[in-house]
Ligand binder design. Structure first.
Ligand SMILES: [Ca+2]
Ligand SMILES: [Ca+2]
Length: 392
């Protein structure tokens, strides 16, 4: 199946994103959960991606907050982003921000937690506490997912941990009935993502938007605050997780899709696991959530792809790879850069895009550095060529 999702082609270089098949999903946001009316005065709380690092230097006020003010008539947005902040520091800082006037909190933090090895449970706990304190202070809290991390990020360059955290943030918002803003979905479905929407500096440990990136980020927030649903149903649970390995052949599959803006169209959803269609899902939460939980009738083997198609009543379609995992005993052939279980032309494209790049370069792709030398070069190409056509 063709999928241009960031997830589907994890680790791929921007130019290859352009080569990937056209997107099915239009743009932007996840809609509103329980919020009824547009706020007047928000605090934008988070790290350097809220502060506006990487933005067009010509801009007087960087980041998404000033743009959001322009997009939502009558809204004031104060930038309370602090560079490099992790959620433990955020939790310590939140009360001071909540002591200021305002009626809403926009909360986007956690990518630095991934970089520093803070557990997702701790991150979730901290985000939940911050949002709870906002609610206790009479503010409407909105959770936001994180944007994709750069492919040469020192930690989690394949966005495996990031996707798990993104799903957990979505679940948290759904469970608490809070609004969800979903930059991860909006960003990861853009073609030429890193090239067009990210700051191009070499010393960027996680990945920051550039001017167009902050425009997009602001639009994602604006759609939610204005109650416009431009986001398809998104994964809120995926087991086995994307990127998992040594998964038992008789593992149960659990998939949950949630729409934060409108109902999911009944019967639109088709989940395929390892080439076999799954049974119909359980529908709950007023048609906004689909849930599959079953044991595949035949044992799983090799690299298993999970793909999903579903759309909501606003016409937003999800139709792509949900994730891929390796069943215990699967021998991934050397040269399988994208880890789909086969060595094909797409692996060659990935390697070609990173060819010549050393580990510090923005073009470096750890998965294409097949011999782990810290440089993608002829040695790696030789490995790939020797295994071309191999599959599990
Ligand atoms: Ca939707
Ligand atoms: Ca491959």
């Amino acid at each position: 199946m063709a999928g241009n999702t960031f997830l589907g082609i994890r680790g791929i270089h921007p130019r290859a994103l352009r080569l990937a098949v056209a997107t099915t999903v239009a743009v932007v946001v996840c809609g509103v959960g329980a919020t009824a009316q547009t706020p007047d005065h928000c605090k934008a709380f988070g790290d350097s991606i809220t502060a506006g690092v990487g933005d067009d230097p010509e801009r007087e006020a960087p980041g998404y907050p000033p743009r959001l003010e322009e997009l939502v008539p009558g809204l004031a947005v104060d930038n309370r982003g602090v560079g490099a902040e992790r959620t433990p520091e955020g939790l310590a800082r939140i009360d001071g921000v909540l002591a200021e006037p305002g009626d809403c909190l926009l909360l986007m933090e956690g990518t630095n937690d991934i970089s520093r090895g803070i557990s997702p449970e701790t991150t979730l706990f901290n985000l939940d506490r911050m949002a709870s304190r906002a609610a206790e202070a009479g503010r409407t809290p909105y959770h936001a997912t994180l944007i994709p991390r750069l492919l040469n990020a020192r930690f989690d360059p394949n966005n495996v941990e990031n996707q798990d955290l993104v799903q957990a943030i979505r679940r948290l918002a759904a469970e608490r009935g809070r609004g969800l803003v979903d930059p991860f979905e909006a960003f990861s479905t853009r073609s030429r993502l890193f090239r067009e929407y990210y700051y191009a500096g070499e010393e960027d440990p996680v990945g920051h938007p550039n001017g167009p990136g902050y425009d997009l980020l602001a639009a994602v927030f604006a759609d939610v605050l204005l109650g416009t649903d431009t986001v398809p149903p998104v994964p809120t649970r995926l087991e086995p997780a994307h990127g998992a390995s040594r998964v038992p052949a008789d593992a149960a599959v659990e998939v949950e899709m949630t729409d934060f803006g409108s109902e999911i169209v009944e019967g639109s959803a088709v989940l395929v696991v390892g080439g076999a269609p799954a049974p119909a899902p359980v529908v709950d939460d007023g048609g906004r959530r689909l849930h599959w939980s079953y044991e595949p009738p035949v044992p799983l083997s090799g690299v298993v792809a999970m793909t999903l198609r579903a759309w909501d009543r606003s016409g937003n379609v999800y139709n792509r790879l949900l994730g891929r995992f390796q069943v215990d005993g699967a021998l991934i052939p050397r040269g399988d850069v994208d880890r789909d279980g086969r060595v094909t032309g797409s692996d060659l494209v990935r390697l070609g895009l990173a060819f010549g790049a050393g580990a510090r370069s923005r073009r470096y792709d750890a998965d294409a550095d097949l011999d782990g030398s810290g440089q993608v070069d002829g040695e790696d190409l030789a490995v790939l060529a020797a295994n071309f056509g191999a599959g599990v």
